[in-house]
Design a binder for this molecule. Structure first.
Ligand code: C5P
Ligand code: MG
Length: 164
């Protein structure tokens, strides 16, 4: 028995706004400002959702969950991730690894790394040592560095059995 391996890539960006929660990977981070958007604006889950969809060539998050649809207003983005995971699994793929980066000038996120990893691992049915969460600033340069927006990147590895 051998495996077909694939990777999927995802990226997202949202504006920062006061009076909004900062939710990353499903975890609410204490902050004076948060991410603006139609849903809960969880850029980490959106990037991961796109990475999963990309691994199985299933389009992108906006195709499955249009941000013009009132059903997704204020939506918990975990449902987007879980839907993408179930579509990928329906294609015969098994998720084996996820690596992510959040680019945000402040607040510092490193104290939340393991809480986010644990939460993602639980919902993705992965061991925690197969889920990576990294943080970067943009060194005060550009919209992220000036504190106007935040970005997230994700890459996933999936595999499915092929007859050898
Ligand atoms: O962007 P920079 O290389 O200066 O980030 C240094 C470290 O600070 C990162 O490796 C990360 O662990 C941490 N960091 C953080 N929260 C952020 C940005 C960076 O904890 N918002
Ligand atoms: Mg988004």
């Amino acid at each position: 028995m051998s495996y077909e391996y694939r990777t999927g890539l995802g990226w997202d960006s949202h504006r920062l706004a006061s009076g909004r929660p900062l939710i990353l990977g499903g975890i609410t981070i204490p902050s004076e400002f948060g991410l603006d958007g139609h849903s809960d604006a969880d850029i980490l889950l959106h990037a991961l959702t796109d990475a999963l969809l990309g691994s199985a060539c299933l389009g992108d998050i906006g195709m499955h969950f249009p941000d013009t649809d009132p059903r997704w207003k204020g939506a918990n983005s975990l449902q987007f991730l879980l839907h993408a995971l179930s579509l990928v699994q329906s294609g015969g793929f098994e998720l084996t690894h996820a690596d992510t980066t959040v680019i945000l000038e402040r607040p510092k996120l490193k104290d939340y790394r393991d809480t986010i990893r644990q939460h993602l691992a639980q919902h993705l049915a992965l061991p925690i040592d197969s889920v990576s969460v990294k943080f970067k600033t943009a060194e005060k340069v550009g919209p992220v560095g000036e504190g106007r927006s935040a970005e997230a990147q994700a890459i996933v590895t999936v595999r499915r059995r092929v007859a050898s």
